[in-house]
Design a protein around this ligand. Structure first.
Ligand SMILES: Nc1ncnc2c1ncn2[C@@H]1O[C@H](COP(=O)(O)OP(=O)(O)OP(=O)(O)O)[C@@H](O)[C@H]1O
Length: 553
């Protein structure tokens, strides 16, 4: 076995290859050029939904720990690099490219983000007495609160505070089924959890026990806003020392003036989404909290998707609104007036999907990407069936190898992780199933020498072990579902194992096949057709056969 020093040297070399490969690829695509643009034209999309992706700069702590960025944004696209350490081939770097309505790098100025993604929507809403909803979604510590705070500050500067115009503000947080009025909270004062949301006869949300305050200036609006943020329920999590554990909603009505303004702005800072591994050290209360957060985020996604699809159809929408599950969570009940397309008011929704930039956050970034993709795909006029689209995209991202008929044993660890996450809807992760014996993070940098590859470990585990691990490490109790996923995994494995060998290629969600060789530190990027893929496989097989026959001579 190699000495520790040799292994350390090899690990360092891998990392520097990875970093160098990213830098080289970035320079070829000319990424990171952030140019200031003027506010865009009013959106032509009928659905008035725009979905933006933003990352943040590395924190000092992340730099100290040696993390490096793998997520980059330009004006038009976001690029994610992730390692693919295949069992049967050389290691390589996969590239995933996202295109959202807005793509914002960590260094993109807040004024630029506001002017590009929000400002025009605000003026549209103001002129039509509509409702503008701005919401931030992402893992804990990804920059949701930072983005919402800065957007609020820029937005308030555009409020028309003259000619008898007032802003009426209310601030609530939603934690599970509990709603609190944060405006009445103060130092050492307990926030009463007695606020309620009801839907009136017209289907509009009515908040009870929530105060509304009048603000006459920008400064007063911001004072309320900052007070609300300060009073919000936070907890220390693995990712963020003061992680927001509630959904924060600040509603501002802008009324009065000669033009008779009656517009509404809702600023929604969603609680941080968590994946299975974040929940590892949770006690029962925290676990319940995390499940409730994820459930409400899912129901929000469902309501936005169904509302947007409905607003795109010309048929009588009112009959169908009952199929939109607004009552499935307090969050969606409170936002119903902003999302329900059957209500007569003009509405516009701006979603910010936030992701942390480091290599350690890749599973979360994929999670956020999938959430945002499910919303973004609705804006594509030529692809109305969003559920099919999302299903296809999820299937592609989770089982890209199956397209090239690769077995799970040729999947990279990241792909295996994504497949497991999708099977369990983010409630169980690969590391949960592996347990400490199979999880390389328990073995430090020498993992490769001690731990079986993840695919092999899963394959060799009995049904009882799968179930026990899911229960112990993810506290996931649905034994039948665990059993079914295990069966599916084994079937995938067995079906292809006999016939196919790995070919060193992988497909990104966007369908581009990208191979960046780490070993030679040479960047080769290529879009491959099916025929070319087949050729690559044939060549690999031929080379393997030649090698075997040479060695037997
Ligand atoms: N674009 C950015 N530029 C500079 N710093 C940023 C940016 N985005 C986030 N940060 C910093 O990153 C840290 C985490 O951000 P923030 O608290 O906004 O995360 P969050 O997603 O709201 O987390 P949680 O869900 O746990 O509350 C903060 O210290 C914040 O100042």
């Amino acid at each position: 076995m190699d000495s520790a020093n040799t292994l350390l040297g090899r690990a360092m070399a891998q990392k520097s290859h990875f970093v160098a490969t990213i830098a080289k690829h970035q320079s070829t695509v000319g990424a990171r050029a952030i140019t200031q643009t003027n506010a865009p034209e009013p959106s032509s999309s009928k659905s008035n939904l725009s979905v933006n992706f933003r990352t943040r700069p590395l924190s000092t702590a992340e730099i100290k720990q040696g993390f490096f960025p793998v997520l980059f944004c330009t004006e038009t696209q976001t690029t994610l690099y992730y390692p693919s350490f295949r069992m049967l081939t050389d290691s390589s770097v996969d590239v995933q490219e996202f295109e959202f309505d807005g793509n914002f790098a960590g260094e993109a100025g807040d004024a630029h983000v506001y002017e590009t993604a929000v400002q025009q929507k605000f003026f549209d809403v103001l002129n039509q007495n509509g409702i503008l909803t701005i919401m931030a979604y992402g893992q804990t510590g990804s920059g949701k609160t930072y983005t919402m705070m800065n957007i609020a500050e820029k937005l308030v500067n555009d409020f028309p505070f003259e000619n008898d115009i007032s802003a009426f503000i209310s601030i609530i947080e939603i934690q599970g089924d509990v709603i609190r009025d944060l405006s009445v909270a103060g130092e050492g004062r307990k926030v009463p959890a007695d606020a309620k949301v009801l839907l009136d006869g017209a289907g509009l949300p009515v908040l009870q026990n929530v105060a509304e305050y009048e603000a006459k200036s920008k400064e007063q609006v911001l004072e309320f806003f900052h007070h609300g943020f300060a009073m919000r329920t936070t907890r220390s999590t693995l990712k963020n020392a003061a992680s927001s554990r509630s959904h924060f909603i600040c509603t501002i009505r802008i009324c009065g003036g000669k033009l008779g303004f009656d517009a509404v702005v809702k600023l929604v800072d969603l609680a941080g989404s968590e994946t299975g591994s974040d929940k590892k050290d949770h006690d029962a209360v925290r676990l319940k909290e995390a499940i409730s957060i994820n459930k409400s985020l899912m129901s929000l996604k469902e309501c936005i998707r169904k509302s947007t699809l409905l607003s795109e159809t010309s048929e009588d929408a009112s009959n169908k609104s009952s199929h939109i599950p607004f009552r499935s969570s307090k969050l969606t009940m409170v936002l119903k007036d902003a999302l329900d397309p059957t209500l007569p008011r003009f509405t516009s929704t701006v979603v910010f999907a936030l992701a942390a930039p480091t290599v350690a956050d890749i599973p979360h970034t994929f999670n956020t990407y999938r959430y945002a993709l499910a919303l973004k795909s609705l804006n594509r006029a030529d692809d109305k069936d969003a559920s099919i689209l999302e299903h296809k995209a999820a299937a592609k991202s989770a089982e890209p190898a199956s397209q090239e008929k690769l077995t799970p044993m040729a999947w990279s660890r990241a792909k295996l992780e994504r497949w497991i996450e999708m099977q369990f809807e983010n409630q169980v992760q690969l590391t949960d199933l592996l347990g400490p014996r199979g999880d390389p993070s328990h073995f430090g940098r020498h993992a490769a020498d001690f731990v079986l590859p993840a695919w092999k470990f899963l394959y060799s585990m009995s049904a009882d072990e799968w179930i026990a691990n899911a229960k112990t490490h993810a506290k996931f109790t649905d034994a039948d579902r665990v059993g079914n996923v295990r069966e599916k995994y084994k079937k995938l494995f067995l079906k292809e194992r006999a016939t196919v060998k790995a070919d060193g290629l992988s497909t990104s969600v966007t369908g581009k096949v990208t191979l960046l060789s780490l070993e030679e530190n040479v960047v080769t990027e290529k879009k491959l057709s099916r025929a070319e893929l087949a050729m690559q496989k044939a060549k690999a097989k031929g080379a393997a056969l030649r090698a075997t026959s040479l060695s037997s001579k």
